[in-house]
Unconditional design. Structure first.
Length: 364
């Protein structure tokens, strides 16, 4: 991929113009949606439109887990966006807990809710997007929507496609969906960490426990779950949402699970731990117990995608275990329209680059 040189100038009315091979205009937006309690809230995101061109399509681009508010779409240009924004219109939602809702704790990996929010952005910003296209002289072919997401965004891509096909099939026509490195089986990801005693990205630990508590109103005493080291790390480096993912990874001194979680948190006979695990099951798109001691019944949605689907995962993923992909394939098998791309593509961060290159090649 050629290196893209970006020079962004702040314009009036919230517009940015970015200098690439072609000019790309970006605008931070706000739109109405709901939270986990069904209450109306104002969410944020960004729309990106290339100027004076025939765009190849529209991509609903779903970002991976972030540490800093400055990493979400409304606040900066996503790394993923730089692969597509010269040729595609991009619609990029922030998730709850960031942007316009920075004062909230994210209901982390609540797939149904996040899918609802993402679809609300597509619908709620349609009029503004039409206005931007007209003013910039950019045309957009009909029925050209793609969904692309990696990591948290990969799981969100599947939840969003399911939500669209079940509730908005006549209004929103998705041409293809690309999901990479996603935690489709959140409960088995937790079980894998218990079995190995390791956690690939420690910053996910408080997000998962506290986010599950927030997502489903479990009213857990999360202090029981975290070691003093975890509490210190979170309060010093994460609570203010100012440190990015790379910085938090570099600051993490250990990958041993017992450095971060208490014995209480790893004991499913404890009532609160069991309740938290049931929340993880609710966040799982699919679930198959890893072994006879793992908990939870099989979760396999009756829904079958009507849209061509591309699932990517690296055997060597060190953050989202490969079992997530195999469990998804077990539930939704390969077919003429469902492609699984598995390979030794490196660890989680390295495989993001490989995934984006693969998607770029397929959509160009």
């Amino acid at each position: 991929m050629k290196t893209l040189r970006m020079l962004c100038l702040l314009l009036l009315a919230g517009w940015h113009v970015c200098s690439y091979a072609a000019k790309v205009y970006e605008r931070a937006v706000e739109y109405s949606s709901i939270d986990q309690y069904g209450d109306t809230i104002l969410l944020s995101g960004k729309i990106s439109v290339p100027e004076n061109t025939q765009a190849k399509g529209l991509i609903l681009l779903l970002h991976y887990t972030v540490g800093a508010n400055a990493e979400v779409p409304s606040q900066h240009t996503l790394y993923e966006a730089r692969f597509f924004h010269e040729d595609y219109v991009l619609v990029m939602p922030d998730y709850i807990g960031y942007g316009a809702t920075i004062d909230r704790f994210p209901p982390y990996l609540h797939g149904e809710l996040t899918a609802h929010n993402c679809v609300d952005m597509l619908l709620g910003t349609h009029a503004l997007l039409t206005q931007m296209l007209d003013s910039l002289g950019t045309s957009l072919p009909s029925d050209s929507i793609l969904i692309v997401g990696f990591s948290q965004g990969g799981a969100t891509a599947l939840w969003t496609l399911k939500h669209i096909e079940e509730h908005y099939a006549k209004q929103i026509k998705v041409k293809r969906c690309f999901a990479g490195g996603g935690p489709y089986d959140v409960a088995s990801t937790y079980d894998d960490a218990l079995a190995t005693g390791q956690v690939g990205m420690p910053l996910v630990v408080p997000l998962l426990v506290m986010g599950t508590n927030e997502a489903y109103g479990l009213q857990l005493n999360t202090d029981n779950f975290f070691t003093p080291a975890m509490k210190h790390f979170y309060n010093r480096h994460m609570a203010d949402k100012e440190r990015g993912v790379v910085s938090l990874v570099m600051l993490s001194p250990q990958h041993r699970l017992d450095y971060w979680l208490t014995e209480f948190a790893m004991d499913k006979t404890q009532a609160e731990t069991r309740l938290m695990y049931e929340g993880l099951l609710r966040s799982s798109f699919v679930h198959y117990p890893l072994h006879e001691r793992a908990c939870g019944e099989v979760i396999c949605p009756e829904w079958r995608p009507q849209t061509p689907l591309y699932i990517f995962h690296s055997y060597k993923d060190d953050v989202v275990p490969f079992v997530n992909a195999t469990h998804l394939q077990r539930c939704i098998p390969s077919s003429s329209s469902i492609t699984y791309d598995f390979g030794s593509y490196g660890g989680h961060l390295r495989s993001l680059f490989v995934f984006l290159k693969s998607v770029k090649k397929q959509v160009d």
